[in-house]
Design a protein around this ligand. Structure first.
Ligand code: CDP
Length: 335
């Protein structure tokens, strides 16, 4: 397909995004260059774009098979190209860590390679000029970085669900998935979708037995040839292996149910009146709610979430007058 300079929507360090002939789709071209340390280190590496497109395409398809909504539509016409649904991107980098490497060791003094007790999720603001600073929940709210339909707890849950699938996928191939970075967006309906790319540029992947580096650290730290490394990784990824996600695990959840805004339920009204009667007249609003702790068996966190949404909607809340929020994690949260 021919392209013109005018159909380029964005050109970044690693990719060019072009408008597709289908209005709501874009073509993403993975470039043959590697950058590190916020662009300070740069190299043209022929063949890298193709490998990154192939690996990203495989991982997007893996997530889709496990019901995680992503931007991925199809492989492109050229080997270095993928077709995506166009998303409005959220300007955050969501980093998931299972083992300590890179900046987290420098910032918090963790010993390199140590396993965290549970996966950690960190947020960074996308801002090259400020070196992508780490950002807190209250700062995300202050800056209005999230679309109205998306909460930070949904973003965290989705990142952890994706982590579960990646850990199982790489484990089955003798590879430790130590950390990775995700970027999310929303579609025209406001639905959360995974965007950006899923290439070894955005992961730390290590051979379980030999600790061989299978990611962009080979380029950052001049450890080995990048193309040979990414080819080795791709070959191992292509090996047909069954994922260990068919074992049921116990998840815990908390479901918070409360009345919709502007609906004062009888219990809230009675508590508010009592407070006023005993002299707390400065309280002029109160919303009583319920909290349920639930333990649930499922094969994946995504399957647990689907069951819980149904339980919360059909049984734990009254959808006409109440809203609910969900928190979900691996077993250990409920006493
Ligand atoms: O790699 P570095 O020390 O700069 O940062 P990190 O916070 O330790 O990175 C955690 C993970 O996110 C690594 O797998 C990085 O490759 C990835 N990452 C990325 O893909 N893009 C960034 N701008 C920052 C991190």
């Amino acid at each position: 397909m021919t392209t013109t300079a005018s159909d380029v929507l964005i050109e970044g360090k690693a990719k060019i995004v072009r408008q597709d002939t289908t209005a709501h789709q874009v073509r993403v071209i993975f470039k043959d260059c590697a950058t590190a340390f916020n662009g300070e280190k740069f190299s043209e590496i022929p063949g890298k774009g193709e490998l990154n497109a192939k690996i990203s395409g495989m991982l997007f398809q893996l997530l889709e098979e496990h019901h995680i909504p992503t931007c991925f539509v199809a492989l492109g016409e050229s080997a270095n190209e993928l077709v995506y649904n166009n998303l409005t991107m959220i300007p955050l980098e969501v980093v998931v860590r299972n083992h300590a490497y890179g900046s987290v060791c420098k910032r918090f003094g963790f010993e390199q390679g140590m396993a965290f007790k549970q996966p950690l999720v960190e947020y960074f603001l996308k801002n090259d000029a400020a070196n992508d600073p780490q950002i807190t929940e209250s700062m995300i709210q202050e800056r209005g970085s999230l679309p109205a339909s998306i909460s930070l707890s949904l973003l965290e849950r989705r990142a952890l669900q994706i982590n579960e699938i990646f850990v199982a996928f790489f484990e089955a191939r003798g590879i430790r998935c130590a950390d990775f970075k995700l970027e999310f967006g929303v579609d025209a309906q406001g639905v959360l979708m995974l965007g950006d790319e899923l290439s070894p540029d955005n992961f730390r992947l290590r051979d379980v037995k030999t600790a061989q580096v299978l990611d962009k650290d080979v380029f950052r730290l001049d450890l080995a040839d990048l193309i040979e490394t990414y080819q080795t990784l791709l070959k191992r990824m292509e090996a047909p292996t069954k994922l260990a996600l068919d074992q049921p695990r116990t998840y815990w959840a908390q479901v918070f149910v409360k009345s919709r805004k502007n609906i004062l339920n009888p219990e809230s009204k009675a508590i508010l009146t009592s407070l006023h009667n005993v002299g707390f007249t400065s309280v002029n609003g109160l919303q009583a709610g319920k909290r349920f702790e639930v333990q649930i068996e499922a094969n994946t966190m995504m399957a647990a979430e689907r069951q819980l949404l149904k339980i919360a909607e059909d049984v734990l809340s009254n959808p006409v007058i109440e809203d609910f929020e969900l928190e979900l994690g691996l077993s250990g949260g409920v006493s």
